[in-house]
Design a protein around this ligand. Structure first.
Ligand SMILES: Cc1cc2nc3c(=O)[nH]c(=O)nc-3n(C[C@H](O)[C@H](O)[C@H](O)COP(=O)(O)OP(=O)(O)OC[C@H]3O[C@@H](n4cnc5c(N)ncnc54)[C@H](O)[C@@H]3O)c2cc1C
Length: 414
């Protein structure tokens, strides 16, 4: 492919998820020419994770976007509860955080992505190409110098000074660039469906642990969004057993009457759980961020927050080099150095929960018992409910937008 005849952009971002849209917004705000490619025609998906976390809302406040964001229809989740062996405890209390917003905002992710896209389009250097899929990288010697993309109007070659792969956990680009993936494994998959919610039922996020499985229920106003945790690789068997058997499984957690709310197995979607990370997030000319660099487990529901924090770190660190010219591989390495620790720490927390809590429950025919420590904390030390709230709501090494860099006040000094 002849890169010389291609359309040139300063930065190409593959993937219009949380990582890609936040990167696109920040670079455009910094005056850097940026094009985001999204392979789908819109942001609607069966499931994208619908949480915006307190640390992300702090970042939105720093950008002056929080007030407008909170105008979007959303639910504010102030605590999470667990029911283990019939006993209920408050596991995380977001009210104890020191962030501006002491809650998790539940909002359809397409609303958030449309919001960010709308704000980004206000900047003249921003371009969003929907229905455009990155299918390969192009190289100039060792350096990734752009992308080959496919859209309804055909194939095109796009060159750039920097390519950012934010194309999610099945990243085409990390594979095309030959980056090595370390698989951390997961004992479970998730079946995702809705149950009607009675007007008297209450509960923000509720995890129910019973013999042989767990059900996470997210209060979405007029329905419960449910995630049934099953042993990895058993979804086909569960489906083959039919609707009545599935309702019986769910009835184990919510009772037979509520389980009748599942009308068809067609309404039950499989979400395959993957936890992995790249050994190296970059090649000359290419940087991976978000799930493309580290696919996150659903444990704690923190993947979107990490993806957005990666985008902020990448913009803080790369706007200066992009203003000066082509970022070096050392510039890209600094992003991995900055975000490697929070990624490893979060994945370690997730794999401990997966292996020590989820796996034994999935393999047991005995009702799990509430650990005495959890009961003790609930009764005597509720202040400690702030720790899980912090891990989920803020996370390790939260990022702040470097406005001096992004808005250019310090551009000349860097
Ligand atoms: C079962 C499950 C439940 C989860 N629940 C939560 C939760 O409640 N809260 C939470 O924070 N996290 C949750 N996560 C994790 C979260 O979904 C991810 O970590 C997060 O979405 C990653 O954001 P991203 O922008 O890196 O990637 P993605 O959200 O995957 O976005 C990638 C985007 O790139 C597009 N794309 C892909 N390939 C290409 C290509 N070649 N060219 C152009 N575009 C492309 C995709 O269409 C997509 O829009 C969950 C994960 C799982 C598996």
């Amino acid at each position: 492919m002849n890169a010389a005849t291609a359309t040139h952009t300063r930065c190409l971002v593959a993937g219009g998820g949380p990582a890609g849209m936040m990167t696109g917004y920040l670079l455009a705000r910094a005056g850097i020419g940026v094009t985001v490619l999204e392979k789908h025609a819109d942001f609607l998906r069966d499931f994208r994770g619908d949480t915006i976390h307190p640390s992300t809302m702090d970042d939105l406040a720093e950008l002056g976007l929080l007030e407008a964001f909170l105008q979007l229809p959303h639910q504010e989740i102030r605590y999470a509860e667990l029911e283990i062996g019939g006993e209920r405890i408050r596991a995380a209390d977001f009210g104890r955080l020191s962030t501006r917003c002491k809650f998790i905002a539940f909002i359809p992710q397409w609303d958030f992505l449309n919001f960010m896209a709308g704000r980004a389009k206000a900047f003249p250097t921003f371009k969003l190409m929907m229905e455009t899929e990155a299918i390969d990288v192009i190289r100039e010697g060792e350096r990734v110098a752009g992308l080959v993309a496919r859209s309804p109007s055909g194939r095109q070659t796009l060159t750039a000074d920097l390519v950012i792969a934010a194309d999610g956990r099945h990243s085409t680009l990390r594979q095309a660039a030959g980056l090595e993936v370390r698989d951390l494994g997961a004992p479970m998959d998730v079946l995702w469906f809705r149950l009607p919610r009675g007007p008297q039922e209450r509960g923000a996020v509720l995890g129910r642990f019973r013999a042989g499985g767990a059900l996470i229920m997210l209060d979405r106003g007029d329905y419960w969004q449910c995630a049934l945790i099953i042993r990895k690789g058993t979804a086909d068997t569960v489906r083959a057993q039919g609707l009545d058997a599935f309702r019986d499984r769910v009835a184990h957690f919510v009772g037979a009457a509520a389980a009748q709310g599942i009308a068809s197995l067609d309404d039950v979607k499989l979400l395959t759980v993957t936890v992995d990370r790249l050994e190296t997030w970059h090649r000359p000319g290419l940087l991976c961020i978000g799930d493309a660099a580290h696919a996150m487990s659903p444990v704690g529901g923190v993947g979107i927050n990490l993806a957005i924090q990666d985008a902020i770190a990448a913009a803080n660190l790369l706007v200066g080099p992009l203003r000066r010219g082509i970022p070096t591989e050392d510039d890209l390495r600094k992003v991995q150095v900055r975000r490697g620790f929070p990624t490893r720490a979060t994945q370690t927390f997730q794999t401990i929960v997966q292996n020590r809590i989820v796996d034994p429950v999935l393999g047991s025919s005995q009702e799990p018992k509430l650990p005495w420590l959890a009961r003790f904390v609930q009764r005597y030390l509720p202040v400690l409910q702030g720790i899980p709230a912090w891990i989920v709501g803020v996370g390790f090494r939260p990022e702040h937008v470097d406005l001096a860099v992004i808005d250019g006040l310090a551009a000349d000094r860097r």
